[in-house]
Design a protein around this ligand. Structure first.
Ligand code: CDP
Length: 781
């Protein structure tokens, strides 16, 4: 079974093949590194081998002698130009562009070298001689919070503590937990991982003959970059043109502005030639936005019948050397407040304390709506720990505590208003599809024979679509999104949006929304994104916000086009506008089915015979969403574990998602397959590890594992459709659901398999060695 739409429509819900794929499949995609300009120079960056050290001296003389090297810049040069520090998108911190005075993490940017070839630039970077004096290293948030070594003396407050954030009823939660008949607590760590997009980050900076900055960059948010660059460099915003061409995966990694970008711009300005900077895989893994690294103490209370009474979560977050998480201003811990998940929990309290450490900066939303993945993992793992304590089936515990269909819109204990849902329906469908009762029977038989089989469930809820302007901004810019539609005389047209696809299929799905609203052919609606000279201002694509926000803007703009078209239709049909209705994707004289005009006919008339109406057929919309959307799902994993080796085999995995109205089932299925593969990798393979001395141990794809088709399990999918009541077409986001929902299902399945051996929790990544140690009765955390 696959993802299906519920009703037959003109263009929505069709499994239309992706319009962009012929280009990609034939190697015709145009990425930043494909750009070549006459006279173009190449940049490379010299990086610190030390995680924490004073810089005593930088000698660039040898680097300047490398043939082809044109210039070398250091932090001091940038500081003199007022470009030493970069504000982070979070708004609470700033980040060194090139190290000034000291380095704070291994692989930190120390000097930028510009040369005629990439090879010469890299040789030049190697030849930069830096004298370091090592300083004590702080490699975890628990050491950091003791404040024995202050990492950021540049800040006013002399502490490593970045912020304390909390939400909910602290005292009420404490009281409810104390009086609960049952209570469990579990330390759960969501390890540091990295989005590792196949295309690393890069840019080409060029000042054209008019002195205008032409900036090609792998950005998920080109408009925000334009504004940020104007603010940082002082270049007037009209003199900056940002273009994000095709992007080979972003997953949140391409939201922040990185030092390499500023260096390339400075190099282009200084040398009067275009400069290209493309990072290596190692640079991507070691210095650009990591994700997660949340140490969460989760406590759940319940009565004797397994009804939840309270939830308390206390988190220590490792943010690395600079607070470069790209969260909305008012939400330093993102949407972590969704940690109450799909459950009707009367009282809750969540708090997050973030700390600096000598690690790369980040904390970005890796295929995640700002810390939703951490929150979802915490509650879904804790529910299994509680089920174990209560001696209840994990499915039954969830069923008893789900928010009920009739409770929506549901105000959660931590301040969200969930828009819509029918959790019981989705759970029931998943249980039926996977044959849950048969699996339980099989498991009982296997357990009797001493075999290790596990069934893991995750019934997650997300919060996506940032966001309503009263709550959400980045650097003060409200998180609306936008669309501009123009229909040409022949009924073909284009839609431009403030989003930027990195593989999500917007060229197809945005065309489907326009085609649905206007009764046109989606094949003849061109989609354009990523060019700040042409696209209307938008906040970009991350956190599954494109469909909830830009998708809505597109539908509203299309409806505006339709209103304009109705006037022209009235003129063509020779009736008053009030007598024209939109029916079966055509304009019709009310009550006279024989008298109709198509949108194509109206489009032609808009340019040839508009009557008393303004010629042309176009509209724009900036959409400020009234609420977030709350997609959800039931995921079930079935695993078998080899007792001798600790090898885990994911025998089955079923994802039943509900993302409201489905625009394109094929695209949604692709999103789910991709996200599950990433969730699988996080659960079993991936961790950015630092040793106690602050050395990064996962600097390439032999140490940071990306699953191939050999390891990747077969994915089964299904869906239910509960439209969002406030979205113009009822759609919710879906891109990150599989990454958010799946880690808990995998780990719950492994723990379930090991439960007869007394195992209650195991930390990700669940490696063969950890499982083997658990089987031997050793420490597995
Ligand atoms: O923001 P991002 O594009 O990463 O995530 P999204 O809004 O969840 O959309 C991912 C892709 O799935 C887009 O091409 C959407 O149009 C498509 N989608 C869909 O077809 N139906 C939905 N209900 C949600 C998303």
């Amino acid at each position: 079974m696959s993802i299906e739409a519920t009703e037959e429509r003109h263009a929505l819900g069709h499994r239309m093949k992706r319009k962009e794929d012929p280009r990609f499949l034939q190697g015709q995609g145009r990425y930043v590194d494909d750009i070549a300009m006459p006279g173009m120079l190449f940049a490379a960056i010299a990086r610190s081998p030390y995680p924490h050290a004073t810089i005593k001296n930088i000698d660039i003389s040898e680097a300047m002698k490398v043939p082809g090297v044109k210039a070398v810049i250091t932090g001091k040069d940038l500081e003199a130009a007022g470009l030493g520090w970069l504000p982070t998108f979070h708004g609470y911190d700033k980040q060194m562009v090139l190290a000034i005075g000291k380095v704070l993490f291994q692989y930190q940017e120390v000097a930028a070298v510009f040369a005629e070839t990439r090879g010469a630039a890299e040789d030049g970077a190697e030849a930069v001689q830096v004298e370091y004096e090592p300083l004590p290293v702080v490699a975890d948030p628990f050491t950091s919070r003791k404040d024995e070594v202050i990492l950021r003396p540049d800040r006013e407050q002399k502490t490593n503590h970045i912020y304390h954030w909390e939400v909910g009823d602290k005292d009420g939660t404490a009281r409810a937990l104390e009086s609960s008949a049952k209570r469990v607590s579990q330390r759960i760590w969501f390890q540091r991982c990295h989005p590792a997009p196949l295309e690393p980050c890069g840019c080409v900076a060029h000042f054209d003959a008019m002195g205008r900055l032409q900036f090609y960059v792998t950005s998920q948010a080109p408009h925000v970059y334009r504004t940020a660059l104007a603010l940082v460099t002082g270049i007037p915003e009209d003199k900056i043109h940002v273009v994000s061409p095709d992007i080979g995966g972003g997953f949140g990694n391409k939201v922040p502005v990185y030092p390499g970008y500023v260096c390339a711009i400075v190099g282009a300005l200084k040398l009067g030639r275009p400069v290209k900077w493309i990072e290596t895989r190692t640079e991507n893994l070691t210095s650009t936005g990591f994700a997660r690294d949340y140490h969460m103490d989760v406590e759940l209370g319940a009565d004797r019948n397994g009804r939840l009474t309270a939830l308390r979560v206390s988190t220590a977050a490792d943010h690395g050397a600079f607070d470069a998480a790209a969260d909305p201003t008012k939400y330093p811990a993102g949407m972590f407040g969704v940690v109450t998940g799909s459950y009707d929990i009367p009282v809750a309290h969540a708090e997050v304390d973030a700390y600096f450490t000598n690690k790369a900066p980040g904390g970005i939303a890796y295929r995640c709506s700002f810390r939703v993945t951490e929150a979802s993992y915490a509650i879904e793992r804790a529910m299994d720990v509680l089920a174990d304590e209560l001696g209840l089936d994990a499915v039954e515990l969830r069923r008893r505590n789900f928010i009920k269909k009739e409770q929506f819109p549901y105000p959660s204990a931590l301040g969200f208003t969930y828009d819509s849902g029918d959790y019981h329906q989705t759970l029931d469908k998943a249980l039926e599809m996977i044959g849950y009762q048969d699996l339980l029977k099989e498991q009982a038989e296997k357990r009797a024979r001493g075999e290790l089989m596990g069934i893991g469930i995750s019934t997650f809820t997300e919060v996506v679509g940032a966001g309503p302007s009263k709550h959400f901004d980045i650097l003060g810019i409200k998180m609306f999104d936008s669309a501009e539609i123009r229909i040409h005389p022949t009924g073909a047209g284009f839609v431009r949006a403030g989003t930027k696809s990195q593989g999500q299929g917007h060229e197809t799905t945005w065309a489907q929304i326009v085609a649905e609203e206007l009764g046109l052919d989606p094949q003849t609606i061109m989609v354009e994104e990523g060019d700040t000279d042409t696209a209307p201002y938008g906040l970009g694509t991350y956190a599954s916000r494109s469909t909830p926000v830009a998708g809505a803007a597109i539908a509203v703009a299309a409806r505006r086009v339709r209103e304009k078209a109705r006037k022209i239709a009235a003129h063509l049909l020779e009736v008053g506008e009030a007598d024209v209705e939109w029916k079966d994707y055509k304009f019709q004289v009310k009550g006279v089915p024989a008298k109709t005009v198509t949108m194509k006919e109206v489009a032609f008339a808009a340019y040839t015979n508009p009557g008393p109406n303004e010629p042309g057929l176009e509209a724009t919309n900036y959409y400020d969403p009234p609420n977030m959307t709350f997609p959800y799902g039931t995921y079930i994993a079935v695993v078998d574990i080899d007792r001798e080796t600790g090898e885990v085999k994911v025998r089955r995995f079923l994802a039943v998602d509900d993302c409201g109205t489905v625009i394109n089932p094929l695209v949604v299925e692709g999103q789910i397959h991709g996200g599950l593969t990433e969730g699988f990798a996080i659960a079993f393979m991936q961790e950015i590890q630092y040793d106690r001395d602050g050395n990064n141990l996962n600097t390439n794809f032999t140490d940071y594992l990306v699953p191939t088709s050999l390891e990747t399990p077969h994915w089964e999918t299904g869906n239910t459709v509960t439209p969002s009541p406030h979205h113009p077409i009822g759609a919710k986001g879906v891109g990150e659901s599989p990454n958010v929902g799946s880690p808990a299902a995998f780990v719950n399945a492994v723990v379930d398999a090991l439960a007869p051996l007394g195992v209650r929790h195991i930390e990700m990544p669940v490696t063969r060695e950890k499982v083997w140690r658990a089987i031997q009765g050793g420490n597995v955390a």
